[in-house]
Design a protein. Structure first.
Length: 1138
C-alpha cells in the first residue's frame, strides 16, 4: 500500500451510548445493523476511458487481511468466455480499509490511491470480473459465460460500460454466484464515466468502528507560503487531541539556521515560538515527528501519525531580484528528474507564456539567458502559477520562488512568488532530427528551440480533439511492414522512425477547441484550408514541453508548442489536394473503396441494426442523426462519382440487403440523381447467388457497383462465405465474406473478375496472440483467409473460366505482411507495388503510412493493367473534416464541412486502369477428304476451334478456293461445311471463325478435285538440276532424266502410270499414283515412291505443255521434309497432255 496514505480511511459506524439521568442509567437503542462482513468484497468498480480501470476491495472483517497469504486473486472473463486472465493480489489491507487494484497506465487520480497496479487490470463493460480466495468465489461484477454486448450490464449510469459503480452502504457481502443474472441497480449506485472521487474509501452501515491515526490538519504558515513575517510564530493543528513529546517539532532555515522552539498550547493546536527571528530571504522547513506525537484516545492502535510531516515556507528577500538564485540548469540537472527539489528561488527570461485558467497550461517557461554550456542539462523550466494568473509576458526577466519537483514527468517550479526584474533575450537552440536516442530531448526540456529542417505532417488524427500534429524529418514516416519484412527489419525501421518525430501541440490543454490552430499558411483549419499529410513547416520555433494533451488519450510526450497563443505556424501546402483521380489509362476503370460505415439506419440507440436480413441485432456504425447522414451521403456520392469508375468494389456498407430501403439502393439512387438515370447499378448478391444474406451476418458488408453502359456482369455471382473463411481458423467470425463477379467490357468484349474483400482488422485480438513482429493482431487469421481466397479463385467460382482476376479491398495487411506475400506466392501480382513502389500509401496509423487497400492481379490480367494509383482524398485529410457533427461548435459544423469528396473515409480509394483484350478464336486443323475427289462430288470440311473467352458467340465462313465462300455451321466448338466443285483443281480451303467483337481466327487445308475427262499426261527427256536441289548436297547438279505417264481409267479413283527421275544425288521410282489434275496446259501429279531404293517418299510433279515445255519435281520424305526441289525447269524432250 502507498505509505503516503493513512492506514485507515473514513469508516462510518453507528454506536450506542449510555446516558446518565439522575442516578438511573438507561440505554438508547441503536438502529438495526447490517450483518458484519466476514470476507472481502468489491466496493467500487471503475470502467473509465482509455486505461482508467480499477477495483476497490473493502475489508470489513475486523482484522487485517494478508492478500498474498490468503490466496486472493482477481479474474477477468472477457466477452462471455469461461476462461480468464488471473492476477494474484499482494499486500495487506487493514480492517475498515480498502485495497485498490488498477491498470498500470491509469490516470493520475487513480494512481494516487492505487495499492497494486497491473496490465491485467483491463476490462470492458461486457467482461465479468471475479474476486476469489483460493478456489472460493467472494464477489462477481457481471455474469461469467455471458456476453451482454458492448452496452454491458445495467442501465446508465448504473451500468458496467463507461461508468463507475459503487456498492450501496447496506451491502456487506459479495455476490458469490458468478453464473446468475447480474443487475447492478440492486446493490450498486452508478456514476458518470471517469468519476474517481470516491475511490480509496468506503463506508458500510454498521461497519467496524476503527480508530483513525492522528494527522496534521493545518499549519500557519501553510506549506509553500511566501511573504512570511520575520517574527512569525508558526502553529500546528492536529486532527484530534494529542500529546507532543520533546522533539515533536523541528524548525530550520536556510539563512538563520536551526531554531530552538518554545512550544505552548495543545492538545489540538500548538504554537511554536522561535528563539530568533527569521532572516530576509529565509527558506524554512518545519518538521513534525510522527514518533513524538501520540493521540489521547483509548482506542489503539494507531497512536501516531502515519508519517513525518514537513512544511516549507519562505521569508521574502529585501528585493527578490537581488536574491541569490539557484540556476535553472542546476534544478534540472542531467537526469530525467529534478536534481534540486523543495523550495527554490530561480531566475530566467520568459520564453513561453501560457498563463490563464484551465485549460491553459496555467504558467510559463523561463530559460537561463546564459546557460551552463553543459549539453546534458536543460536551461529551461516550467513555472506553474495556477489559474487566473497574468503576471508575465514574453521577454520578461523574472525571479521565481516556489517548490521544485516533477509533474507528470516534467520538471517545474510551483511558484509562491513571481517578480518581474526587467527584460532579456534568449536565442532559440537549434535541434535537428533524427535525435540520437529516445531520451535525447530531455536535455532541452523547457527550452526555446528551433527546428531548422523541413518537418512533414505525418499524423493529424488528434488535430481536432487535442490541437496536435505529429511532425517527422525526412518526409512522412513509413509503416515498417509496408516496406520491409516483419520481424527484425520492421523493428529496426520502427526504432528509426521513433527518432525522427516530434509532436507539435497548441498552447492549451483544451479538447475540441474552436478555432483549430493548425491549418495552412498560419491560419486556422477549415474545410477549405486543410492541413494534409506531407505538408511541411521549416524553421519551427517553440518551447519543448513534456506533458499530456489534457487527457490520457494523448499521453505524456515531448511536445513543441508555439511560444504563446498569438504565435502561428506557417504550414506550406507541399502535398496539394488532387483535383482528379489518378490518370491510369485504359478503357475500363476499376476502383476499390472503403466507405467507412455507410449506413442509412441512424445510430440513435444501441442495437438498432441487424447483421444482414436474418442475423442478430447489433449496433449501427454510421451517422448518429439525419443531419449527419445528409452530410455523409453528399460527400460519399461526390467521392464515388468522382472516381470515374466503371466498377467499384466497396467495403463497409450497411449489411441490410438490397431492397428499396437498403443502404446500397439509396447510394445508387443518389449516384443516378447526380450522374443521370441508369448510370449506376449494383450487384444483388442475394438474388444472383440465390442465397439470402450471401454476404454474411456482420453489421457491414462488401459489394459492387457498376456502370451498365460500360460493363455487363457475366457468369455466376459467387460469395466466399464459408465458416472456414469467415472465421479464418478462429473460434468466431472475423472476416467479411468476399464477393466475386465477372464483368465484360461492352466495347472490347474483354472480361475480368473483380473480387471485393475485407479481412479482419488489427484492432482487437484473435485466438492466436500477436506475434510481436509488427503485423499486429490476427495475422494468422488473415493468412489463412488469404490462402483460402486464392484456392477458391483457382476453382473458377464464377464459372467463366476467365483467368483475369483482380483482387481488391481492405485486406488489413500491409504490403510485406504474410497475407499479401501468400497471395503473391499463389500467382497474384501486387499491382500497387509494381506501379507505385515504396512511395505508395492509402492509410495512416500512429503517424506511419502504408496501404491496407490492395489491387492484386493474376498473371494474365497483369499485362492488361495500364496503370494503378491511390486517390489521396481521405488519408491525407484530418479526420475532423468528416461528416460528423459531434465535438464541434455550431460554427465548426459549418466551417469544417464541405459536400465534397474529401475525408469520406480513413482509407484512400485505389484506382486500376485496364485495357482488356478479347482473345481471337483459334482454329484447329481442318479436316477434308483424305483422297482426291472427282468433279461434281460433294466435299465436306470441318475444323475445331477454341476461345479463351468462353462466353463469346461465334460465326464462321469457309472460302473454298474457287472464288466462292459460304457460311460454316457452328456446333459447339466445331465448324463444318459442304461444297461441290465444278472444275478440277488443287484448291486451298480456308475456315475462318469470328467472335461478336470482330476477332477472327483461320486455318487452311488443300482439297484436290480431278476430272477423268480432262485428259492424261505423258512425257520424257531431261532438264538441268541446279545446285541446291538435293537437300544436304549443295554441289549436286547436272542433267536430270525423267519419264512420266498418268491417266484415269474408266471408273478409277486413282490414276494409272508411273514416274521416274534420275538426277545427280538422287534416283526416284514411283510405287503408286494418288491423283492427276489437268487444267488447261498444266498437269499436276502426286504419288508415292522409293528414293535410292528406300520406300516412304512422296512426290509431286507439275508439268506444262506449251511452246516451251517445263517441269517441276518436289520430293518429300515420310516426315514431310523436302529432300528434292529442282524448281521449274525447261524440258529437253517432251511433256504432252492428251
Amino acid at each position: 500500500m502507498h505509505q503516503s496514505r493513512p492506514a485507515l480511511r473514513r469508516v462510518a459506524a453507528v454506536t450506542t451510548a449510555a446516558l446518565a439521568v439522575g442516578i438511573t442509567p438507561f440505554v438508547v437503542a441503536a438502529p438495526a445493523l447490517a450483518a458484519s462482513p466476514t470476507e472481502l468484497f468489491i466496493s467500487e468498480y471503475v470502467e473509465g476511458s482509455s486505461n482508467n480501470k480499477a477495483l476497490e476491495i473493502y475489508n470489513g472483517t475486523g482484522a487485517t487481511v494478508d492478500l498474498g497469504a490468503g490466496g486472493y486473486t482477481i479474474q477477468v472473463f472477457a466477452n462471455g468466455q469461461t476462461t480468464s486472465s488471473t492476477t494474484n493480489l499482494t499486500g495487506t489491507v487493514a480492517s475498515g480499509d480498502v485495497f485498490v487494484f488498477a491498470n498500470s497506465s491509469a490516470g493520475a487520480a487513480i494512481k494516487a490511491v492505487t495499492d497494486q497496479a497491473s496490465g491485467n487490470a483491463n476490462w470492458n463493460g461486457n467482461d465479468a470480473v471475479v474476486l476469489r480466495k483460493g478456489t472460493t468465489v467472494l464477489d462477481v461484477v457481471g455474469q461469467v459465460g455471458n456476453d451482454p454486448g458492448a452496452a454491458g450490464w445495467g442501465t446508465d449510469p448504473t451500468n458496467t460500460t463507461d461508468n463507475t459503480i459503487r456498492r450501496k452502504p447496506s451491502v456487506t457481502t459479495g455476490d458469490t454466484n458468478g453464473s446468475d443474472a447480474f443487475d447492478p441497480s440492486v446493490q450498486w449506485d452508478g456514476f458518470a464515466v471517469d468519476t474517481f472521487d470516491g475511490l480509496g474509501s468506503h463506508t458500510i452501515d454498521g461497519g467496524p468502528a476503527a480508530d483513525v491515526a492522528p494527522s496534521v490538519s493545518s499549519t500557519t504558515p501553510a506549506d509553500g507560503a511566501s511573504n512570511v513575517a520575520v517574527d512569525a510564530s508558526p502553529t500546528v493543528t492536529f486532527s484530534e487531541p494529542v500529546d507532543a513529546a520533546p522533539g515533536a517539532f523541528a524548525l530550520s532555515c536556510s539563512i538563520s539556521g536551526a531554531k530552538t522552539l518554545a512550544v505552548t498550547g495543545g492538545p489540538t493546536t500548538f504554537t511554536l515560538d522561535p528563539s530568533t527571528n527569521f532572516a530576509l530571504g529565509d527558506a524554512c522547513s518545519l518538521t513534525v515527528s510522527a514518533a513524538a506525537v501520540t493521540d489521547q484516545d483509548a482506542v489503539d492502535p494507531p497512536d501516531h501519525p502515519a508519517s513525518d510531516v514537513t512544511v516549507r515556507f519562505s521569508v521574502p528577500a529585501a528585493n527578490p531580484c537581488d536574491a541569490t538564485a539557484t540556476p535553472v540548469y542546476a534544478i534540472q540537472g542531467s537526469g530525467d528528474t529534478a536534481a534540486v527539489t523543495g523550495t527554490v528561488t530561480t531566475r530566467g527570461v520568459v520564453v513561453g507564456d501560457y498563463e490563464g485558467p484551465s485549460p491553459a497550461l496555467r504558467g510559463f517557461f523561463i530559460q537561463d539567458p546564459s546557460g551552463d554550456g553543459n549539453p546534458a542539462t536543460s536551461d529551461g523550466i516550467f513555472v506553474f502559477e495556477g489559474s487566473n494568473a497574468d503576471s508575465v509576458k514574453l521577454g520578461d526577466l523574472v525571479t521565481v520562488t516556489g517548490n521544485a519537483g516533477e509533474n507528470q514527468g516534467q520538471t517545474q517550479v510551483s511558484a509562491s512568488s513571481v517578480t518581474v526584474c526587467g527584460t532579456g533575450t534568449v536565442a532559440p537552440t537549434e535541434v535537428s532530427f533524427p535525435v540520437a536516442s529516445g531520451t535525447a530531448l530531455e536535455r532541452y526540456e523547457g527550452m526555446l528551440l528551433t527546428l531548422p529542417q523541413a518537418m512533414s505532417v505525418t499524423e493529424h488524427f488528434q488535430l481536432g480533439r487535442f490541437g496536435q500534429v505529429t511532425l517527422s524529418q525526412g518526409g512522412r514516416l513509413e509503416q515498417p511492414t509496408n516496406v520491409v519484412a516483419p520481424g527484425a527489419d520492421a523493428a529496426g525501421l520502427q526504432a528509426s522512425n521513433n527518432l525522427r518525430k516530434i509532436i507539435l501541440d497548441d498552447t492549451t490543454q483544451a479538447q475540441n477547441v474552436d478555432p483549430i490552430a493548425f491549418g495552412r499558411g498560419g491560419k486556422p483549419l477549415t474545410a477549405s484550408n486543410t492541413l494534409r499529410g506531407g505538408d511541411t513547416v521549416t524553421g519551427l520555433t517553440g518551447v519543448l514541453t513534456y506533458t499530456w494533451g489534457g487527457n490520457a488519450a494523448s499521453a505524456n510526450a515531448y511536445r513543441i508548442r508555439p511560444v504563446s497563443p498569438a504565435a502561428t505556424v506557417d504550414f506550406q501546402p507541399t502535398n496539394a489536394r488532387p483535383s482528379s483521380p489518378p490518370a491510369v489509362g485504359g478503357d475500363t476503370r476499376v476502383v476499390g473503396m472503403n466507405l467507412l460505415n455507410f449506413f442509412t439506419t441512424l445510430d440513435t440507440t444501441g442495437n438498432n441494426c441487424r447483421g444482414g436480413l436474418t442475423g442478430a441485432v447489433m449496433d449501427c456504425r454510421g451517422a448518429n442523426n439525419a443531419a449527419e447522414f445528409d452530410r455523409q451521403w453528399h460527400k460519399t456520392v461526390a467521392a464515388v462519382s468522382g472516381t470515374k469508375a466503371d466498377v467499384v468494389a466497396f467495403m463497409e456498407m450497411e449489411n441490410d440487403g438490397y431492397g428499396p430501403d437498403s443502404a446500397e439502393q439509396f447510394l445508387v439512387g443518389k449516384l443516378n440523381e447526380k450522374d443521370g438515370a441508369g448510370t449506376w447499378a449494383f450487384i444483388d448478391a442475394d438474388a444472383r447467388t440465390g442465397h439470402p444474406d450471401a454476404m454474411g451476418n456482420d453489421a457491414i458488408k462488401v459489394g459492387m457497383l457498376y456502370k451498365p453502359a460500360a460493363v455487363t456482369p457475366v457468369g455466376t455471382t459467387a460469395a466466399l462465405n464459408t465458416l472456414e473463411f469467415v472465421n479464418g481458423g478462429d473460434s468466431g467470425p472475423r472476416n467479411r465474406p468476399s464477393l466475386a463477379q465477372a464483368f465484360r467490357d461492352n466495347s472490347s468484349g474483354g472480361t475480368f473478375i473483380a473480387v471485393a474483400n475485407h479481412l479482419k482488422s488489427k484492432g482487437s485480438a484473435c485466438d492466436v496472440p500477436d506475434a510481436g513482429d509488427g503485423q499486429g493482431n490476427c495475422n494468422a487469421v488473415r493468412v489463412r483467409s488469404a490462402k483460402l481466397l486464392a484456392s477458391w479463385l483457382a476453382s473458377d467460382p464464377t464459372g467463366t473460366g476467365d483467368p483475369d482476376v483482380l483482387i481488391l479491398g481492405d485486406m488489413n495487411s500491409y504490403a510485406k505482411e504474410d497475407p499479401i506475400t501468400s497471395l503473391e506466392s499463389a500467382g497474384f501480382a501486387n499491382l500497387i507495388e509494381q506501379r507505385s513502389g515504396r512511395e505508395a500509401y492509402s492509410y495512416a496509423f500512429d503517424g506511419q503510412w502504408g496501404y491496407l487497400d490492395h489491387a492484386l492481379g493474376s498473371a494474365s490480367i497483369d499485362s492488361q493493367v495500364t496503370g494503378v494509383g491511390d486517390w489521396h482524398v481521405n488519408s491525407d485529410e484530418p479526420s475532423i473534416l468528416d461528416y460528423n457533427t459531434e465535438f464541434k461548435t455550431p460554427a465548426q459544423v459549418t466551417s469544417l464541412y464541405a459536400p465534397d469528396q474529401f475525408r469520406i473515409s480513413d482509407h484512400d480509394p485505389v484506382v486500376v486502369g485496364l485495357h482488356l483484350t478479347n482473345s481471337a478464336p483459334v482454329v484447329g486443323d481442318v479436316t477434308g477428304p483424305s483422297t482426291a475427289t472427282s468433279v461434281g462430288s460433294p466435299v465436306t470440311v470441318s475444323a475445331p476451334f477454341t476461345d479463351a473467352d468462353p462466353l463469346d458467340a461465334h460465326t464462321a465462313s469457309i472460302s473454298w478456293g474457287d472464288g466462292s465462300t459460304t457460311a460454316g455451321t457452328v456446333t459447339g466448338g466445331t465448324v463444318s461445311g459442304d461444297h461441290v466443285y465444278s472444275a478440277a483443281g488443287v484448291y486451298t480451303v480456308t475456315v475462318t471463325v469470328t467472335d461478336q467483337w470482330g476477332n477472327t481466327g483461320s486455318r487452311a487445308t488443300t482439297v484436290v478435285v480431278y476430272d477423268r475427262a480432262a485428259g492424261f499426261l505423258t512425257g520424257g527427256g531431261w532438264f538441268t538440276s541446279p545446285k541446291g536441289s538435293v537437300a544436304g548436297d549443295q554441289s549436286a547438279t547436272g542433267k536430270a532424266s525423267f519419264q512420266v505417264s498418268a491417266r484415269y481409267e474408266s471408273g478409277a479413283s486413282r490414276p494409272a502410270g508411273s514416274f521416274t527421275l534420275a538426277t545427280p544425288g538422287l534416283t526416284l521410282a514411283s510405287t503408286g499414283l494418288d491423283w492427276l489434275v489437268v487444267t488447261g496446259d498444266t498437269a499436276r501429279l502426286a504419288g508415292q515412291a522409293t528414293v535410292g531404293g528406300s520406300p516412304g517418299y512422296t512426290f509431286e510433279v507439275t508439268a506444262r505443255d506449251s511452246a516451251v515445255d517445263a517441269l517441276r519435281v518436289v520430293v518429300r520424305d515420310a516426315s514431310g521434309t523436302v529432300v528434292y526441289d529442282g524448281g521449274t525447269q525447261r524440258v529437253q524432250g517432251q511433256v504432252k497432255l492428251h
